[in-house]
Design a protein around this ligand. Structure first.
Ligand SMILES: [Fe+2]
Ligand SMILES: [Fe+2]
Length: 600
């Protein structure tokens, strides 16, 4: 389903009254001054660490301030901040709207390594606003440590300072600031129409003034509380799994293992063959997210593995003994599960994933929409990964991008896949999978279509499977035209460009997601139903991993065969030129079975 979830402020709101200075506002988050704010259940760090209001998605809801204090042109915004959770779009304070080309307001924030400041003004307006984001260049922040961050704008020049030092500037913006009426003015989060990323860290003094202070004044502001910089780092996080170990990218001699801890750890992975031989240990430096690529493995062989992470206090977290099997060779039989659209209803996702695990497949292929909002880290760490365990700690996962991933960096960071990752192919036994990004252009001459043609041309696999999110053929009711009142394109017009290649190079089954139901078409060749042994390609929509179910055209399409509105998975077993295909609902009920035998 391609509708975007309506933006909701799901946190308990905390309304800050302003400590109004003559030319602006100051929010001083120290325990002795906090009574002036209407903050309930505020948590503070200890005095030895400089206090600070503790912010996190769990303990500290988003903080909203009055829009009356927003500057129209010149201003200075400053904050003492300590960051515990790096993120791509982090916010300290701002009133911003940045969604595709619509870019308004300003935001003092941070990315995964640096502080940032974004601003949109009339001087750079391209019709719907245009932001410039400055980053603090080589001034990077340290985990859990106080930093003083200041942005100034005098109507012509935008400057960003960290710890009293000018780190970056630009004259790309000029004149009055452009605001969007719908943007909330937020402290302790990056919030706009489609993003809500709470700050995980501490805030101490946040101030907004209606004039641009000078470099000397910034240095003076920093000097007045400079002792904060020297304090030891502080965190409210305790060592735990943020994401338990999971597997990607199986080959005949390699496997990827990734996991994430709640605080930075140094990590170790130990693996050995199930007979106890070939023990290998790998290590990685202090960080939260660890990704290991184990190589020099043997084909179609079972291995055990254990990972552990040790934090700066010497505490260690260790996984149970886990296992995987490397990819089968050309002559080995194997099984795989195809699922899609695990974006909603964690209980359903868990049921489908557990059902998949019950089959102990060699591989899980995912047709996209892993999560509801790809840019929201909590959707990955709180929804997708926990719901998919223990399946993905034992069975490697190979996904494609859905529209809900939003092409977010989280996808590329978490998934370890063959280059260039947004599309790729891989061999598994006597099959080859062609993993396509249906969100990117696929017209003639596009990079991706050229890649696909070359990859298909080079393949001599017995079984060829295409996997992409948007379906080339679907009997869905309303995604491609309202079939109750008018005609429909009966599939995604962008991805329909791959059909002639699938037919030309003998792809057997094309799996897709997006339309939250199950459908298997008659085999299709050149727009007509044609048996598979005469070159017909079968299209299977397997989008029953948890997304809310959709409906079919009230009248059957010319290609429509088996359909079902169930949450489900597809299970496939391959032995040589024989393929067994089953569709199974979330409660284990078999509702579609076929077998295909290829001529030798
Ligand atoms: Fe979906
Ligand atoms: Fe989708």
């Amino acid at each position: 389903m391609h509708s975007e979830g309506a933006f909701m402020i799901s946190h308990v709101l905390i309304i800050c009254s302003l400590a109004l200075a003559q030319d602006g506002a100051v929010w001083n988050f120290e325990p002795q001054t906090i009574e002036q704010y209407n903050i309930q259940e505020a948590i503070f760090a200890e005095a030895d660490f400089g206090y600070g209001l503790v912010c996190s998605s769990k303990t500290m809801p988003m903080t909203i301030a009055s829009k009356e204090s927003l500057p129209t042109k010149e201003f200075t915004v400053s904050a003492w901040v300590s960051i515990e959770e790096p993120q791509v779009w982090g916010g300290i304070i701002g009133c911003v709207q940045d969604d595709a080309d619509v870019e308004y307001g300003w935001v003092l924030g941070y990315n995964e390594t640096q502080f940032t400041f974004g601003l949109s003004t009339v001087g750079a307006d391209d019709g719907d606003g245009r932001m410039t984001y400055l980053d603090s260049a080589n001034q990077k922040y340290e985990f859990g440590t106080w930093h003083h961050v200041v942005a100034t704008y005098d109507g012509k020049l935008l400057r960003l300072y960290v710890d009293g030092i000018l780190s970056n500037e630009t004259s790309e913006q000029s004149g009055n600031i452009l605001y969007s009426d719908s943007s909330p003015f937020v402290l302790g989060a990056y919030v706009d129409g489609n993003e809500n990323n709470p700050l995980d860290g501490r805030l101490l003094m946040v101030a907004l003034h209606r004039k641009a202070v000078t470099q000397i004044e910034v240095a003076r502001m920093y000097e007045s509380r400079k002792e904060l910089s020297a304090l030891p780092s502080w965190t409210d996080a305790t060592l735990d799994w943020e994401v338990e170990p999971y597997l990607n990218w199986p080959t005949i001699n390699a496997m990827s293992v990734s996991f994430e801890t709640t605080v930075p750890t140094t990590a170790t992975l130990t693996t050995h063959r199930d007979d106890g031989t070939n023990t290998v240990s790998m290590h990685s430096g202090q960080k939260r997210f660890h990704q290991f690529r184990i190589t020099h493995l043997e084909q179609n062989q079972k291995y055990f593995y254990v990972v552990s992470g040790t934090d700066s206090n010497g505490e260690t977290i260790t996984s149970e003994q886990l296992s995987f099997r490397t990819a089968p060779g050309e002559n080995d039989s194997f099984t795989f599960v195809a699922i899609g659209d695990t974006q909603s209803q964690a209980d359903v996702v868990k049921r489908v994933a557990d059902l998949a695990y019950m089959h102990r497949p060699n591989l899980v292929v995912h047709a996209g929409d892993l999560v509801s909002t790809g840019t929201v880290k909590a959707d990955w760490t709180g929804h997708f990964f926990p719901s998919m365990q223990p399946l993905i700690s034992r069975v490697p996962l190979m996904p494609v991008l859905g529209n809900h991933e939003q092409d977010a960096q989280h996808y590329y960071d978490y998934m370890d896949l063959p280059q260039p990752e947004m599309y790729y192919s891989f061999e598994f036994g006597n099959a080859e999978f062609f993993m396509i990004d249906g969100n990117r252009k696929l017209h003639d001459g596009s990079d991706q279509l050229e890649w696909l043609e070359n990859a298909l041309k080079q393949s001599n696999a017995t079984w060829k499977f295409a996997v992409l999110h948007q379906p080339p053929y679907t009997s869905d009711s309303d995604d491609y035209g309202d079939t109750y009142v008018t005609t429909s394109t009966q599939g995604d017009t962008n991805v329909q460009h791959i059909i002639s290649l699938l037919e030309k190079f003998g792809v057997d089954i094309c799996f897709s997601g997006h339309v939250h139901d199950y459908e298997r078409t008659f085999p299709i060749l050149k727009g007509e139903v044609t048996p598979m042994h005469e070159g017909g390609v079968m299209y299977v929509t397997t989008a029953g991993g948890g997304g809310y179910l959709e409906h079919f055209d009230p009248t059957n399409t010319w290609f429509g065969h088996k359909k079902a509105n169930y949450h489900h998975l597809v299970y496939i077993a391959i032995h040589g030129n024989q393929l067994e295909f089953q569709a199974i609902d979330e409660h284990g009920g078999l509702f579609d079975v076929i077998s295909i035998k290829k001529a030798q």
